[in-house]
Write a protein that binds this ligand. Structure first.
Ligand code: ARG
Ligand code: ZN
Length: 889
């Protein structure tokens, strides 16, 4: 069934209080749900229809007496409720089977511990309820369980009572002081230990912060706790948003469909985003932990205090909260250059994952109009593009204006379930003279239209007039269900530099004020010309600085102009972008060439520029590593109308090898200059040094593959053995594996032996092998072999992803095979996963989203595999929606 945004209707009943009692048992858990409800006087009188899923209904009582009810499918319907607006009590007794819950939605068991996941629609798997975010209630929760097996009993809010029961059982009662929608409900029961931290915030209030993990994992929670403390301080300092709870808990589980969940006062996390010690987690892991801890904490205001009216508004909380976690990570950087690195990394995610989504069959606006299964819309569009839209708001109203807008948003809507319109209206009202307020309806097209706009820039310099005119035009290709697009409001931040790299002062018209060297133009028409005056020499334009809008910038810059920007642009983003454009141009030329791909796709000018960046005395290591990393195969594929993934892979590998050999001496210098920087610290500067040393080592092993010298592979193995932290160890292993060195087998075996039993590290071991560069079709057989490994577990999402997704979603050169075997493997795994975990299956189903762009024989083979999945009876809604949209014309 398709759900439509326009069909929104307020609920016919409100639920004011919920009193839940759980008798926890993995096989059969009994749930007693006592609710106080009343009719919503604003809605015509009608039956009460409560959502339920896979529940066994034992009893329903109305005001303490039996009553009539019926089941309509899985919906519990009560037709004869008292008339009038007086509250009434409903008591519903059900049971469920947590141990058999392989979907990991609702109440489930992971390694002997009970967890819940309710967002978006999992609460209905716990009890009958109005499972929608605009119904907010006060919760009291009593948990009863065996005391030895489940010594820790947690739920939202404050612990008000606990004690012993007969038969070795015990109980705990929790009361949440805040009203909440049911998707924020959580409980945890099991054998866990906690790291505890008391903090006093600016208001003088005391809070208890806790991180619960399995015994043995406690020493891996220090970084997460630091991130949590910093998050609390940051949200109060930057936005005046204090912690509103006496107790804030994070609990880690190794069985989790997504990253983490912001349940009120009781966040539940995938272990991947909590556990990290220098010996077991990489710099990337450390930085992910910081941003996910921040993300979930920031939801406490943007998501929980103010929530979504309906799930079409998901980006209201997700786009805004991703924006907030991005800003948090940037503010945690000591150096301004590290902020730019974070920005580049975020844009890279957007362009390699969100742009393809926005151009494919699953394209949707950040506020969609329809969905079949809401789980499919926890997407890079809702999250990452949503965050870019919020960032544009900040660009248009300024940093202070944004903080003012957020303040007004909470003044108006605290405690409410609202819409994206409510948010943007508060931003506009707080900034009445801004471009946002003046052109609000046009800005809102970012919410309603799908697809990535293309901004075409054309420049002309008039030496006689000393003027430089820039014509910007915009367009957006049709997306499913949206043929015609109206022009967007696009903030275009730019600067002009001269051939020496010096900034040119900006002035639009001789009577206009000087604008400095960096200015944001607002493009709001299909076609617009901006003329800069007093421009002494022909400038090089640096457009879309800081990636000021989520668009494709189509601009013809000569190699010389790009080299100028790469060498001199004061905007670090565009400096990096210039290098990417140069590499992309060379890659596309090689991919499009007739016959076999050229042996040396990179030009001397490009190689010289890369050497200059690598050896640059001022640039920092993290930035160098980004510049010297070639555009990904996925990003290259996005530029083409017809995609041959194997050819792209071959071209990019050739480019990597050429870069490795041409800069051999420079890589040697870079490795020696950046390796081993003392005791491990996860800060951005040290992480950047490790990243550059790691890339250098990979390059040196790649070159060794060509010249046959055993020196660098030997050094890599030694570095692997001697490594003092996981980042260095993993990078050394990656260097060996990704260059196809025979020594890689030895290192892989040692790595497994060393970390046997540490699930998150073993995930890396699987992922590295399934994601390795294909050489003569060797990866698919390796993947099939990995699935037979004793440590492989299909039912654990992290493990399934580490093998199957690393191959199907992240290794295009190996997945797209001439013999279609990769696609057959994919269809088998989608069907296999769908039988027990539809959410994970639906993510895998996205791997062939872009099949229509594939060259033959891939295209036909891909369609056949998709059709094979489509033909399977009893597919979940999740997979059915993805597959149907994929095959639609
Ligand atoms: N709200 C969570 C977050 O942004 C994501 C939960 C999604 N869960 C799901 N089953 N779809 O961190
Ligand atoms: Zn979120």
């Amino acid at each position: 069934v398709t759900v439509r945004r326009e069909d929104y209707a307020a609920p016919a009943y409100w639920i004011d209080t919920v009193d839940l009692s759980f008798d926890l048992d993995p096989v059969k858990t009994r749930v007693l749900n006592k609710m106080r409800l009343r009719r919503n006087p604003d809605v015509p009188a009608q039956a009460l229809r409560l959502d339920g899923e896979e529940l066994n209904l034992a009893r329903v009582m109305l005001n303490g007496a039996g009553c009539s009810f019926k089941l309509d499918g899985e919906t519990l319907v009560l037709e004869n409720l008292p008339e009038g607006n007086e509250p009434f009590e409903l008591e519903i007794f059900t049971t469920c089977a947590p141990e058999k819950n392989t979907q990991l939605m609702g109440l489930y068991v992971s390694e002997g511990t009970f967890f819940t996941q309710c967002e978006a629609e999992g609460f209905r798997r716990i009890t009958y309820f109005l499972d929608r975010p605009d119904v907010m209630a006060s919760y009291a929760v009593t948990l009863r369980a065996d005391k030895t097996k489940f010594p820790v009993l947690l739920s939202n809010g404050n612990l008000v009572e606990e004690g012993e029961l007969s038969d070795g059982r015990h109980f705990a009662k929790w009361v949440d002081p805040h009203k909440k929608p049911c998707y924020l409900f959580a409980l945890v029961a099991g054998s866990l230990v906690s790291r505890n931290q008391r903090i006093t915030t600016r208001s003088g209030k005391e809070h208890l912060l806790q991180i619960y993990v399995r015994p043995g994992d406690l020493e891996k929670t220090e970084h997460a706790m630091n991130a949590l403390i910093h998050s609390v301080i940051w949200d109060e300092a930057r936005f005046g948003l204090p912690l509103d709870l006496e107790r804030f808990m994070i609990v880690a589980t190794s069985d989790f469909n997504m990253g983490a969940m912001e349940n009120k006062g009781l966040n539940i996390f995938n272990t991947k985003y909590v556990l990290g010690s220098p010996a077991t987690a990489t710099d990337v892991d450390f930085s992910n932990i910081e941003s996910v801890v921040g993300h979930e904490y920031f939801h406490n205001w943007t998501g929980n205090r103010v929530t979504c009216r309906d799930w079409f508004q998901l980006s209201l909380k997700e786009g805004l909260t991703v924006f907030r976690d991005q800003e948090f990570s940037m503010d945690m950087c000591a150096e301004p250059s590290a902020r730019a690195v974070k920005r580049i990394e975020d844009v890279r995610v957007l362009r390699t994952a969100q742009f393809p989504e926005d151009a494919g069959p699953m394209a949707h606006a950040i506020r969609p109009d329809t969905y079949v299964e809401i789980s499919n819309f926890y997407s890079v569009t809702i999250y990452e593009k949503g965050a870019e839209v919020i960032r544009m708001v900040q660009t248009l109203v300024g940093r202070d204006g944004f903080a003012q807008g957020l303040k007004l948003y909470f003044e108006r809507h605290d405690g409410q379930a609202v819409t994206c319109d409510d948010f943007i209206q508060a931003m506009a009202d707080a900034n009445p003279t801004s471009e946002l307020a003046r052109q609000l309806p046009q800005f809102k097209r970012w919410y309603s239209q799908a697809g990535t706009p293309v901004v075409h820039a054309q420049a002309a310099y008039d030496a006689a007039q000393r003027s430089y005119s820039l014509t910007l035009s915009q367009s957006c290709a049709p997306t499913p269900g949206q043929i015609q697009k109206e022009p967007y409001l696009i903030p275009v931040t730019l600067g002009l530099v001269d051939a020496t790299g010096a900034a040119i002062p900006l002035q639009l018209g001789s009577d206009s004020p000087a604008l400095g060297s960096n200015h944001t133009l607002v493009l709001n028409e299909t076609h617009q010309t901006f003329t800069f005056v007093n421009v002494e020499t022909e400038p090089v334009p640096s457009i879309l600085r800081g990636f000021s809008a989520p668009v494709v910038l189509d601009i013809e810059l000569s190699d010389a102009q790009l080299l100028t920007l790469l060498a001199h642009d004061s905007d670090a983003f565009n400096r990096w972008e210039a290098g990417q454009r140069l590499a992309l141009r060379l890659a596309l030329t090689a991919v499009r060439a007739e016959g076999a791909p050229p042996a040396q796709p990179l030009s001397d000018a490009y190689l010289d520029a890369m050497r200059t960046v690598l050896r640059h005395p001022q640039l920092d290591a993290a930035f160098k590593e980004l510049v010297l990393t070639l555009p990904s195969e996925t990003y290259i594929a996005e530029q083409l109308d017809v995609v041959d993934p194997q050819r792209i892979h071959a071209v990019r590998e050739t480019m990597r090898e050429q870069l490795a050999e041409a800069l051999h001496g420079d890589w040697e210098w870079a490795f020696d200059a950046h390796k081993n920087n003392g005791a491990y610290q996860p800060d951005a500067t040290s992480a950047g040094r490790r990243a550059l040393a790691g890339l250098s080592l990979t390059m040196l092993c790649l070159a060794a593959r060509e010249n046959g010298s055993p020196v660098w592979p030997g050094k890599a193995l030694q570095h692997f053995k001697d490594a003092g932290n996981m980042t260095d160890r993993f990078n050394a292993l990656l260097a060996l594996v990704s260059s196809g060195q025979p020594l890689a087998q030895d290192a892989l075996a040692r790595f497994h032996a060393l970390f046997k039993g540490d699930a998150l590290v073993i995930d890396k071991w699987f992922a590295l092998q399934a994601g390795a560069p294909d050489r003569g079709g060797n990866i698919l057989p390796a993947v099939r072999q990995l699935m037979k490994h004793a440590d492989f577990q299909m039912k654990n999402p992290n493990r399934a992803r580490s093998v199957i997704f690393s191959y199907c979603n992240a290794n295009p050169g190996a997945f797209h095979r001439n013999d279609a075997a990769g696609y057959v493997f994919w269809s088998e795994r989608v069907i296999e996963l769908d039988a027990f975990n539809p959410q994970v299956a639906a993510r895998l189903a996205r791997a062939l989203d872009r099949w229509k762009k594939l060259a033959e024989p891939y295209r036909t083979a891909a369609r056949e595999s998709i059709a094979r999945v489509a033909a399977k009876p009893n597919l979940s809604n999740d997979v059915r929606e993805v597959i149907t949209r994929s095959l639609a014309e």
